[in-house]
Ligand binder design. Structure first.
Ligand SMILES: Nc1ncnc2c1ncn2[C@@H]1O[C@H](COP(=O)(O)OP(=O)(O)OP(=O)(O)O)[C@@H](O)[C@H]1O
Length: 332
């Protein structure tokens, strides 16, 4: 496997292969075979073993918006040209069992928007995000997903990442044997290479990284440690946001980024995410709690139920939820 290909995988999954020993280094990566890389890919997806081989205009809203409460009109200047993600009628099953989890999701995300998905446990939120990044546990059975004007579903996961999709995992995985610094630099350079930018050498990269570390109040000593190894839950979450900051993704999917964070860490992470938001990118957050939305203001809040978005509203929808639970919004 060529180094470049391996880098591609690396950017997507942001983790090296499970067979890497503590003594392994990034320089050993080119020697690792394709087969192992496939295992690694699956492992990055949260599995220990591979399970198989295998527009809107300015006035339109997602279909679910028809059932919405308190919908805030989207910016009148929005147009097809700034649609980042358009999901229509997305259905997906668990690959092995064929159990249907997503039952027709409609969602449109424009540049500059922050979307929050909330919903009871087991409603399908994480599955939706994993399907977007191409998790092999799930098979898409219907619908379309257009990302930056291109069909996302026919792209390999690593290509999805190259094109600017980032997912922060609910439970980030540890990588023995690879330093955070090497890992971040390799990921950064692979993305830069895709964008036609020159790769950053170690010193240049440190200069690029330093302000991002400072933004997250992260101690530089975390750069010398192996990726997520021995990190606390909160430190792992900060590290995920550091990866996002380094990759400068167009669409960041943050799956329960607030879980496990203390009050100060939550503020640091929220500040960092807000600092990364521009008029060109967007964030899709999955959360159970208003506290995150107090710090990262959502343009839209969606409620997912049984594999569908059943309500869309503005930030007040999350407040209603916080105050009265799901029963309070059921009849709105
Ligand atoms: N790989 C899988 N195999 C079997 N069932 C699965 C798989 N992935 C998801 N499910 C089931 O699909 C449903 C939705 O799961 P998902 O993790 O997407 O929910 P969620 O809304 O993110 O929940 P939570 O808020 O608890 O994180 C659950 O019933 C879950 O058990």
């Amino acid at each position: 496997m060529a180094l470049e290909n391996l880098r591609a995988y690396k950017v997507c999954y942001l983790l090296p292969m499970p067979i890497l020993q503590p003594s392994s280094s990034v320089s050993s990566l080119p020697r690792i075979s394709c087969v192992v890389t496939r295992k690694w890919r699956c492992w990055r997806m949260g599995q220990s073993q591979p399970t198989h081989t295998r527009k809107k205009n300015s006035m339109q809203l997602p279909r679910a918006a028809a059932a919405a409460v308190d919908i805030e009109p989207q910016n009148a200047s929005t147009s097809n040209s700034n649609v980042l993600l358009e999901v229509k009628g997305l259905t997906a099953v668990v690959t092995e069992s064929r159990q249907e989890i997503l039952k027709g999701i409609d969602l449109i995300i424009h540049q500059g928007e922050v979307h929050a998905i909330m919903g009871k446990n087991g409603s399908g939120k994480s599955t939706f995000s994993k399907v977007l990044v191409g998790h092999p546990d799930y098979e898409v059975t219907g619908g379309t997903v257009i990302f930056k004007g291109e069909n996302l579903l026919d792209k390999e996961p690593e290509v999805r990442c190259h094109s600017g999709l980032f997912m922060s995992f609910q439970s980030p995985v540890e990588i023995p044997g690879v330093s955070n610094m090497d890992f971040l630099r390799m990921a950064c350079n692979a993305r830069r290479s895709t964008l036609g930018l020159t790769e950053l050498g170690p010193l240049e990269f440190y200069g690029f990284l330093s302000p991002k570390l400072a933004m997250l109040n992260m101690d530089p000593k975390f750069l010398d440690r192996n990726v997520n190894e021995g990190f606390s839950g909160g430190e792992k979450k900060r590290n995920e946001i550091l990866q996002l900051a380094v990759l400068e993704a167009d669409l960041a999917i943050l799956d329960e980024i607030d879980s496990g964070l203390d009050v100060d860490a939550l503020q640091d992470v929220a500040k960092a995410v807000n600092g990364l938001l521009t008029t060109k990118n967007a964030v899709l957050m999955i959360t159970h709690y208003q506290r995150l939305l107090d710090s990262i203001k959502p343009t839209y809040v969606h409620i997912m139920e049984n594999g569908r978005i059943v309500k869309t509203g503005n930030a007040s929808l999350a407040k209603q939820l916080e105050e009265g639970g799901y029963r309070a919004i059921a009849d709105v």
